[in-house]
Design a binder for this molecule. Structure first.
Ligand code: SF4
Length: 402
């Protein structure tokens, strides 16, 4: 029996009060995001859903059968902050490479399977932490049972990935075109197959490249199920266009409290997807990692070349994982105000001499020639100070303090 979806497609903001979402109150309530309550599952060692941090995923684009190249790419994604990495398993050579890939990776590996259920069995046995597979697409109920058995035996989660571009024929005939109701019905059909086999460690995506369609489908799905949701605006495009589209689509959903794990889908290297994913979460205050730079667009008042300085700083500070903020403003019009809100601030002054703020307070001057190296050293020192403070508080928590 097909599921009729009695959902409206109002904007996420209009729908928020209907959710029994978790409240995260702060002294600045206009920044609060009430996350949808979802069940938590484990993808390897990484929790997804519940009150776990929203995770950032990406997908390799090397030949999975080339384990060396795939491991190198996974390493770069880990460095960029990926929590989970997906690899395609289109053939036996790919699943044969999986054990080496899983062993080398520090993050859980998701095996991406389409149609060939045997690849799912092989990937589960090879140590994949999650299978991305749509149980409705692999044939008989016995095959679904085999995949579920392999997943249970190996502690694998499953990710159902409905995509507007590959909707089932009967749903296209029923609805006439990909629409939110069709995507949700497809997801519910796949979910039912797993539940019928007593499998509940799953998360679901209903992706579309059309941002309106994807957002409406996720909104409906969020009302219909309690499993974790994997967000994505699929085939979003190249780096800039895809980033904007993903930010609008996923940003809208995340702001409405929906989404437990995200993948930004760009025609760009996977590390870039990870960076964009983090920037989306950082913009909404949902995750923090590394340096958040606040900078002005610059104008005739700038006391130094803001654009080139920020470009250089982004590269030079890429290795910092400790969350902190740095403001880089060209002059005193907005510089002091932004510096008050950031850990380290620089505001352009006259004659190539610029004011440095530490914890929002004016501290000393720096000259043009030394500026980049000076800011990098201040950030590194601040990161070390924050990490040392954390280590002490962890010692206290664990009763190790002297
Ligand atoms: S902070 Fe100063 S330099 Fe930067 S855009 Fe504003 S007025 Fe121009």
């Amino acid at each position: 029996m097909k599921h009729q979806a009695p959902f409206c497609t109002a904007s996420p903001f209009a729908r928020r009060p209907r959710h029994a979402y978790m409240r995260r109150m702060s002294i600045r309530p206009w920044r609060d995001i009430a996350r949808r309550s979802s069940r938590q599952i484990m993808v390897g060692k990484v929790p997804v859903g519940g009150n776990a941090p929203i995770t950032v995923q990406t997908m390799t684009n090397t030949l999975t059968s080339d384990a060396g190249a795939t491991i190198d790419q996974i390493r770069r994604c880990e460095e960029a902050g990926a929590d989970i990495v997906r690899v395609s398993c289109p053939d036996e050579a790919s699943t044969a490479a999986m054990p080496a890939i899983v062993r080398a990776a520090q993050v859980p590996i998701v095996a991406d399977i389409h149609f060939h259920y045997k690849r799912a069995l092989e990937a589960a046995d090879a140590g994949a932490a999650c299978l991305r597979i749509n149980p409705g697409n692999i044939g008989s109920s016995e095959r679904v049972a085999e995949v579920v058995r392999a997943a249970k035996a190996n502690g694998c989660a499953i990710r159902i990935g409905v995509n507007a571009g590959s909707l089932e024929k009967d749903l296209l005939e029923k609805y006439g075109e990909p629409c939110p109701e069709a995507l949700v019905e497809s997801a519910l059909d796949h979910i039912k197959l797993l539940q019928d086999h007593d499998f509940h460690e799953f998360k679901v995506a209903v992706k579309a490249s059309d941002v309106f369609l994807a957002v409406a489908a996720y909104m409906q799905l969020a009302e219909a199920v309690d499993c974790p949701l994997h967000l994505g605006i699929t085939e979003a495009g190249a780096l800039i266009g895809g980033t904007v589209k993903s930010s609008i689509g996923m940003g809208n959903l995340l702001w409405a409290g929906i989404g437990d794990t995200i993948r930004v889908s760009l025609s760009a290297e996977p590390e870039e997807e990870v960076r964009v994913g983090y920037e989306i979460l950082k913009s909404l205050g949902l995750r923090t990692r590394g340096v958040r730079i606040v900078s002005c667009p610059s104008c005739a008042r700038q006391g130094f070349d803001v654009i080139r300085t920020v470009e250089k700083l982004e590269t030079a500070l890429g290795h910092i994982k400790t969350p902190m903020s740095v403001s880089v403003l060209g002059c005193v019009v907005n510089g002091p105000g932004e510096a008050r809100e950031t850990d380290i601030g620089i505001t352009g002054g006259g004659n190539g001499k610029h004011m440095v703020y530490l914890s929002g307070v004016t501290d000393h001057h720096v000259e043009n020639a030394d500026m980049i190296a000076h800011i990098v050293s201040l950030v590194e020192a601040k990161a070390a100070e924050i990490e040392a403070g954390r280590a002490v508080s962890m010692d206290v928590t664990h009763g190790k303090a002297a």
